[in-house]
Design a protein around this ligand. Structure first.
Ligand SMILES: Nc1nc2c(c(=O)[nH]1)N[C@H]1C(S)=C(S)[C@@H](COP(=O)(O)OP(=O)(O)OC[C@H]3O[C@@H](n4cnc5c(=O)[nH]c(N)nc54)[C@H](O)[C@@H]3O)O[C@H]1N2
Ligand SMILES: Nc1nc2c(c(=O)[nH]1)N[C@H]1C(S)=C(S)[C@@H](COP(=O)(O)OP(=O)(O)OC[C@H]3O[C@@H](n4cnc5c(=O)[nH]c(N)nc54)[C@H](O)[C@@H]3O)O[C@H]1N2
Ligand code: SF4
Ligand SMILES: [Mo]
Length: 715
């Protein structure tokens, strides 16, 4: 097995799926005469076991797509027209550097704003790749909280870490509570472990407003009104405490704040929660009893839990539950969302927070539409936008304003992309980016405990460059001379981990290169119970039912999701005990709004796309099928809508047109439309991103995608 591709003959190269997906599959790429001819999963990998998903097992379609952006391009037509001409890298870099200098001179460097997310998850080319460059430039800091920042803040406050349970130890669980997660689409490789647990007698329960593929496969599906999960979690605590189902020794030894919590949840009765959630009180009791008494029990939380006004407190409540019932005592017990912090990634070496000027302006990317259209009263205004690893037109809310902003003639937009996306269409300069086969990288995972190495298997196509090289080139052209801008990929990989950390014992760069992947040096799945005797990385070392961090710091954004330093920036005060915050857009909270827009829109992940990635490729589009909005047959009948009708989904913020599908798999009052499809492929030239609100959830500046009321009518 060779490290990098040979130019003649056939070699097999070890790689890693780059996608923002918990599974981080180990891949094997066969290369013949310099061309990749097959990409498969690595059968030997204990977690991903050889199968890639529908999004990636045709990865060569992506790499060799005729639609790849392969050369730098300059806009020739009006913004958004998609008319570009090929230019050289030198021309592109000169134009960008000239514009940055002119904009900085006239408005100050904060008039430049980066916008990025997780197009690739590689430690080199992913979230932080541009941070040192923009810090040196003095640009506006882009806060990136699309995903899991609310939960990470909640975990930090409660159990100190989002690491939780080893996914492989789920085979030892006896009660698996999947909460707002469509495992079969979004975390496919976890399912065999759940299936194995079930074979060994475990019960699987799914809490979701929709009977998803995952809910269909479970023993019990509990449909719930979107955004009301906190009420269910608090009522479960109420039952567990009232009925004496607690693990009193675990509570006494390894939690703080129990008495106050018990007092707090007394008001959250199952009857009260039934009104709020739509889940019958008897079912709430049954769930609480089974959860508490079937040990070890585990809760697998999905990202949708954090996506409403009270999402953070909902995750807090859920993170308290395992401590109350002593689930942490045994392997397979506790809570699992993203074991990301088990990896000793050297984020400091990637983002170089010391380069940030104190007091730099921070703008959350989620507010990009407002930021570009004067809505935030920014001084200086944003005059240049640099997008990489992201497709904000599809993934950001407030689409109409964002488009309006991107159309501004005085905005200079640079987009680094593999494809001419909805966002790239609006660029002044488009720069070609490599795919994972064309670059070296090293990967953590947020769904298992293996480090994976991605060897470059083919030469970059056209003039595409990895993001690392993009920022080396930009820095050189700007005259930035710090050594950080001259690091090679090789040098960056050597800095990517704290190799001396306990979890990296026995793992070296050499061994990783050779083997492709290695499990962190942590106990094996059948012994993985790091919190059996407390040892939570909270200030008290215990589960903080009453959170000292919430009390001392208030709300904050976990630094991984923000460009910059590792300090918790103090924010608005937060009640240190878990509590219920109802959704903002509901009949209870806003009857007037709900009278006009009575349906709650949820926008889960597409089965065949990874966010908006690959939503342009023919095979993926065929598998995904035509975009639809799923509603309950009663809601359809009330509106004279039949399956197959074109319908307009709208609220005061915007609208989009899709085909309706009436089906009992969705709760009455809920509308479901998978996101990810491109705006340019829609009839209405708009997607559900035009309907989602820009309001944040209570913790970590998380988005509130599930807190969206809409109305639907025949188009
Ligand atoms: N196929 C595929 N896989 C992916 C991705 C993809 O785009 N496509 N994206 C990756 C990324 S970035 C992420 S973050 C993960 C996310 O993966 P998941 O956590 O599974 O995220 P979602 O699909 O957004 O939502 C999961 C479920 O939550 C339900 N839901 C929505 N609102 C609520 C609510 O208020 N309460 C409850 N109880 N349920 C609710 C939805 O109906 C949906 O079935 O998936 C990753 N994997
Ligand atoms: N309505 C709604 N909106 C959502 C969500 C939702 O559930 N509902 N989910 C949210 C979540 S969880 C997430 S994580 C975000 C995802 O937001 P993004 O991370 O922006 O997701 P993608 O749509 O995959 O866009 C990534 C882009 O990066 C490009 N790319 C890939 N690799 C590279 C590379 O190496 N270099 C460069 N320069 N570009 C590359 C891809 O071609 C793609 O266009 O969306 C959020 N938005
Ligand atoms: S998207 Fe996820 S499941 Fe699919 S190949 Fe990549 S890591 Fe594996
Ligand atoms: Mo995400």
């Amino acid at each position: 097995m060779s490290a990098t591709a040979a130019t003649t003959g056939t070699v097999e190269v070890r790689g890693a799926c780059p996608h923002d997906c918990p599974d981080t599959c180990a891949m094997r790429i066969t290369v013949t005469d310099g061309k990749a001819v097959s990409v498969t999963g690595d059968r030997e990998h204990p977690y991903t076991r050889g199968g890639l998903c529908v999004k990636v097992d045709n990865y060569l379609d992506r790499v060799y797509s005729p639609d790849r952006v392969l050369y730098p391009m300059r806009r020739t037509g009006p913004k958004g027209s998609g008319q570009f001409e090929r230019i050289t890298w030198d021309q592109a870099l000169d134009e960008i550097a000239d514009r940055f200098r002119a904009i900085s001179a006239e408005f100050g460097p904060e008039a430049v704003m980066p916008c990025s997310y997780l197009g690739t998850q590689g430690i080199l080319n992913g979230l932080n790749v541009g941070d040192p460059f923009f810090a040196k430039l003095g640009a506006t800091i882009a806060e990136r909280t699309y995903c899991d920042s609310g939960s990470c803040t909640a975990y930090t406050m409660t159990i100190g870490d989002c690491a939780g349970v080893d996914p492989e130890s789920l085979v030892h669980s006896k009660f698996i509570l999947i909460w707002a997660c469509n495992v079969m689409s979004t975390n496919l490789h976890l399912w065999p472990f759940i299936a194995e647990a079930r074979k060994r007698g475990a019960t699987v329960v799914v809490v979701d407003p929709v009977k998803t593929r995952t809910a269909k496969a479970a023993d019990w599906h509990i449909p719930i009104r979107p955004g009301t999960d906190g009420a269910l979690a608090l009522a479960m605590m109420n039952v567990i405490i009232e009925e004496g189902l607690t693990d009193d020794d675990y509570i006494a030894d390894y939690t703080v704040g129990y008495e106050e919590l018990a007092e707090r949840v007394r008001k959250y009765s199952p009857e009260w929660a039934a009104e709020e959630t739509g889940v019958p009180a008897e079912d709430i009791r049954k769930l609480a009893r089974a959860y508490a008494t079937t040990q070890p029990s585990v809760i697998r939380i999905g990202v949708a839990v954090e996506r409403h006004a009270g999402g953070g407190q909902t995750v807090r409540a859920l993170a308290c539950l395992p401590g109350l019932v002593g689930a942490w005592r045994k392997p397979g017990g506790g809570i699992l969302q993203l074991p990301l912090w088990a990896f000793p990634v050297n984020w400091g070496a990637m983002m170089h927070p010391e380069m940030l000027e104190p007091g730099k302006r921070v703008v959350n990317q989620y507010l990009l539409g407002q930021a570009l259209t004067g809505g935030l009263d920014l001084d200086p205004p944003i005059k240049a936008l640099v997008v990489y690893n992201s497709n904000p037109v599809v993934v950001c809310p407030d689409q109409e304003r964002l488009i309006e902003g991107l159309q501004r003639d005085d905005l200079f937009t640079v987009v680094s992309e593999q494809f001419m996306t909805d966002t790239a269409q609006f660029a002044d300069i488009v720069l070609p980016a490599t795919t994972q086969l064309e670059q070296d990288d090293i990967m953590f995972s947020w769904g298992h405990l293996y480090v994976t190495y991605n060897h470059r298997s083919i030469e970059p196509l056209g003039e595409a460059v990895p993001n690392t090289e993009l920022f080396r080139r930009l820095a050189a052209r700007m005259g930035f001379t710090e050594p950080v801008f001259r690091r090679t990929d090789e040098e960056m990989i050597a800095e990517a981990f704290d190799w001396s950390a306990p979890a990296m014992q026995g793992i070296t760069l050499e061994s990783l290169r050779e083997k492709g992947w290695q499990r962190l040096t942590v106990p094996p799945p059948d012994q993985y119970a790091p919190y059996a005797e407390g040892n939570f990385p909270t200030p008290s070392g215990k589960v903080e039912l009453k959170s000292s961090i919430a009390e001392a710091v208030g709300n904050f954004v976990v630094p991984l999701f923000r460009q910059g330093s590792n300090d918790h920036q103090p924010g608005t005060p937060v009640d240190p005990l878990p509590h219920y915050i109802p959704p903002r857009e509901s009949a209870r909270a806003n009857p007037e709004l709900a009278a006009r827009h009575p349906l709650n829109l949820v926008t889960p992940k597409p089965h065949a796309y990874l966010n908006s990635s690959s939503a342009n490729l023919p095979l993926h589009r065929r598998v995904q099928g035509e975009p639809t909005v799923l509603i309950h047959p009663d809601d359809a009948a009330e509106r004279g809508i039949a399956t197959g009708d074109d319908v307009r989904v709208f609220n005061d913020r915007g609208s989009f047109v899709v085909k309706a599908k009436a089906d009992k798999s969705v709760l009455a009052g809920v509308a479901v439309s998978a996101y990810g499809g491109w705006r340019m492929h829609t009839k209405s030239l708009s997607t559900m991103a035009s309907l989602n609100p820009t309001a944040f959830a209570d913790l970590g500046n998380a988005p509130t995608f599930s807190d969206t009321l809409v109305q639907i009518e025949k188009a």
